[in-house]
Design a protein around this ligand. Structure first.
Ligand SMILES: [Fe+2]
Ligand SMILES: [Fe+2]
Length: 482
């Protein structure tokens, strides 16, 4: 039996779940594998599939030394099934079954709910790969190209993680869902991905960095909530996915940070102090700060929609069932049942946004969204330190949660970035000050020219302070010459 940390690399599918001794699931996964590779070749990164990329591959699940770096062609990446080590004597931490031993099999009464949770999470993983597939050609450096591909192969592995759970625990239904996960396509008219933000285009690298900063952070919050699950295989799966997810947010946060840095440096060199002097800033070949703010407004608001309705019985049911907890559930000091607790939620009342206490159980989506906003704000503060150091007054900030929403309480209204309600006319008149304009998008697009030489960087982004795996600045992360 696997001890839960050693990874078996001998078979087709690296794993630490004992696939060698589990013929049924191994066969199901091996049957699914060719379809996955087809999907990867069709919908994964465009170009560069036969190039060597300096990627990390998980080789263990312990806290230290879990990954090794080396050159690999993406289609040969060892996508595996990896679970974090089991916690001995683990108990369900919340809901109606609090204190009972965690489940190693799916409880019959919760089968449908659990399957739905797995499918929704699983669907986001290939979706982001599809959204990002065109970006390799315009990578602003080899370092960034490598990071893009790293994120892509790991999202692919996250799909494997969910497909394993579906095939292992849901029999024929699970196999059908696994096929469907390869069939849906981001942005497709007839067969789109399940969630809105995963059907939006990621047309340029600024969008990519904003996406990994905001939308991968939604992924982190969802995984953290599922890592609390009383269904132990799901908890262990998500705990390991979170170690990979951290890198995705690092890519987003430092990507934007380096853009801000480059813009500040170029403005200083040119003697421009006014960030609103957009024309002169753009003439320097860097991205002006107001455009960065509008892009952040867009990606933040799209990502908030992923948390669903403010008041949700689904979320309450999943919590009661012990399937999906709160962020850091195991560190919270309350009864973890929430029978009579309340939670403050922003709602629309008589044309005004007001704070209202509602039963905590029905406000779990909101609570997770609030935790997300706090987490995102910490990253924004780190962006602002660059602006501070550069002596500029300008600060980036997150818009009000009611701004530009399509799901939940605020879908019915227009609000500005401060949360003031706007009429349709006012919204139309102000929209272009708050969301990226066609002109912004065209300008960013015009900057998307590749810098594919080792050590070269596009005009609009600063080099990183440190290389991946401590490699020097001119390291060849992608062997672009065949
Ligand atoms: Fe993921
Ligand atoms: Fe991710």
């Amino acid at each position: 039996m696997p001890d839960g940390t050693a990874v078996d690399y001998d078979g087709l599918i690296p794993n630490n779940v004992g696939l060698a001794d589990d013929a049924r699931v191994r066969r199901a996964l091996e049957t699914w594998h060719p379809g996955y590779i087809d999907w990867w070749r069709q919908m994964g990164p465009e170009g560069f599939q036969d190039r060597l990329v300096y990627l990390r591959t998980a080789v263990g699940v312990g806290s230290e030394g879990w990954a090794k770096f080396g050159y690999v062609k993406m289609p040969d990446y060892r996508w595996g099934v990896l679970l974090a080590p089991a916690v001995e004597d683990r108990k369900i931490g919340f809901g109606a079954h609090k204190g009972e031993a965690v489940w190693q099999e799916v409880p019959g009464e919760y089968r449908a709910m659990l399957r739905r949770l797995l499918v929704i999470q699983g669907d986001t993983e290939p979706a982001s790969v599809e959204q990002q597939r065109h970006l390799g050609a315009t990578a602003p450096s080899q370092y960034d190209m490598r990071n893009l591909f790293q994120v892509n192969v790991e999202e692919g592995r996250h799909l494997w993680a969910m497909v394993y759970l579906l095939q292992k625990y849901f029999g024929r239904d699970g196999r059908e869902e696994a096929e469907e996960l390869l069939r849906r396509r981001s942005g497709d008219q007839d067969s789109p991905r399940m969630l809105g933000a995963f059907n939006e285009a990621t047309p340029d690298w600024l969008s990519f960095f904003m996406f990994t900063f905001f939308t991968d952070r939604d992924g982190k919050m969802q995984l953290a909530a599922l890592a609390q699950s009383g269904f132990d295989p799901l908890s262990r799966t998500c705990r390991f996915m979170l170690t990979e997810e951290a890198h995705h947010m690092f890519v987003g946060e430092t990507g934007v940070q380096r853009i801000v840095q480059r813009t500040c440096d170029a403005m200083r060199e040119a003697g421009i102090d006014d960030p609103m002097d957009v024309e002169r800033v753009r003439a320097l070949g860097v991205i002006d700060l107001p455009t960065l703010q509008r892009k952040a407004n867009l990606h933040f608001s799209l990502t908030l929609d992923l948390f669903g309705n403010e008041i949700s019985t689904n979320a309450a049911n999943a919590f009661n069932a012990g399937l999906k907890g709160r962020y850091h559930e195991d560190r919270l000091a309350d009864d973890h049942v929430l029978g009579s607790d309340t939670y403050p939620v922003l709602r629309l009342r008589d044309g005004e946004i007001v704070r209202e206490d509602v039963p905590a159980l029905s406000a779990l989506n909101m609570r997770l969204r609030d935790d997300f906003v706090d987490d995102a704000n910490a990253g924004v503060a780190r962006w602002n330190r660059v602006l501070e150091r550069s002596g500029l007054e300008f600060r980036l900030r997150l818009p009000h949660v009611g701004f530009n929403r399509r799901i939940g309480e605020f879908a019915a209204i227009h609000a500005d970035t401060e949360g003031r309600l706007l009429s349709e006319d006012r919204w139309q008149a102000q929209r272009d000050t708050m969301l990226p304009t066609n002109d912004d998008n065209r300008y960013v697009e015009s900057l998307m020219r590749p810098a594919h030489e080792p050590g070269a960087f596009a005009s609009w982004i600063a080099p990183p302070t440190r290389g991946i795996d401590n490699k020097p600045g001119d390291f060849e992360y992608v062997k672009i010459e065949a």
